[in-house]
Design a protein around this ligand. Structure first.
Ligand SMILES: [Fe+2]
Length: 246
């Protein structure tokens, strides 16, 4: 993904680590990661076509298309080792009981994607890295609602990387104490309603915030479309050490 830095010249990510430590989130442009507009646009074309994305019956929002990968990473003295994880099955997530299979796209064979994954895992503050873990990679194309409701993804870190947007709205927010079921409006947002532009990354610690986004607002011709990659730095329980069924 990078074209003006190399593995021997990694970008300085200390401002991201500081933001995560002091606020729990960071908002950065991808050029901080050494990604150019051309490079991102190539990446977007490769992964957001109908040959990759698929709508799955029962998914929410009901017009969403998606594809998914899961990468197994291991930090060692010699660096970061990456391989495709054996499964991408999602279990009991987003209020949907049971196991779900989405379309898989294996991205590690693509050097541009592999380099992006390496850079994103570097965004996890060094003191917070697990010796090994999984990274969920979710390609989402939405046309109306972006998410169903404010929520947690129940993973350690979430990276939202916006690739493309036609239309308005789709404002992302983070609340520290969002308790809509206890009556009254939620507290002031920690990240106020913010429309992400292509190339922006919103990175946050999932347990600290309830997150969500407002619906897309159509263009004068009535259309709207938003392409987002959601990366999750997973807890070990998600894939590597699944909890025993009770
Ligand atoms: Fe989410």
């Amino acid at each position: 993904m990078s074209d003006d830095s190399s593995p021997s010249d990694p970008p300085d990510l200390s401002h991201v680590w500081k933001g995560l430590a002091s606020n729990g989130y960071a908002l950065i442009p991808d050029w901080d990661l050494g990604v150019s507009d051309d490079s991102r646009e190539q990446f977007h074309k490769r992964y957001f076509g109908d040959d990759v994305l698929r709508h799955d019956e029962g998914d929410f929002p009901p017009d969403r298309k998606r594809a998914r990968d899961v990468i197994h990473y291991i930090w060692s003295d010699s660096g970061l080792e990456l391989r495709e994880y054996e499964t991408i099955t999602i279990t009991d997530r987003a209020d949907i009981k049971g196991k779900r299979e989405h379309k898989r796209v294996e991205i590690l064979e693509d050097p541009q994607a592999k380099h992006l994954v390496e850079t994103l895992l570097d965004l996890v503050p060094p003191g917070r890295r697990q010796p090994e873990g999984t990274l969920g990679v979710n390609f989402f194309r939405t046309y109306t609602d972006v998410v169903t409701k404010p929520h947690h993804d129940h993973e350690e870190y979430i990276f939202l990387y916006l690739m493309h947007r036609d239309g308005g709205g789709a404002e992302s927010y983070l609340y520290r104490d969002y308790e809509p079921f206890k009556g009254g409006p939620p507290d002031e947002p920690a990240l106020d309603y913010r429309q992400l532009s292509p190339g922006e990354l919103l990175i946050f610690e999932d347990s600290l915030f309830t997150h969500g986004a407002t619906p897309l607002e159509p263009l004068p011709d009535g259309t709207a479309m938003r392409d987002m990659i959601v990366f999750t730095v997973d807890y070990p329980e998600t894939y590597l050490k699944p909890k025993q069924a009770r």
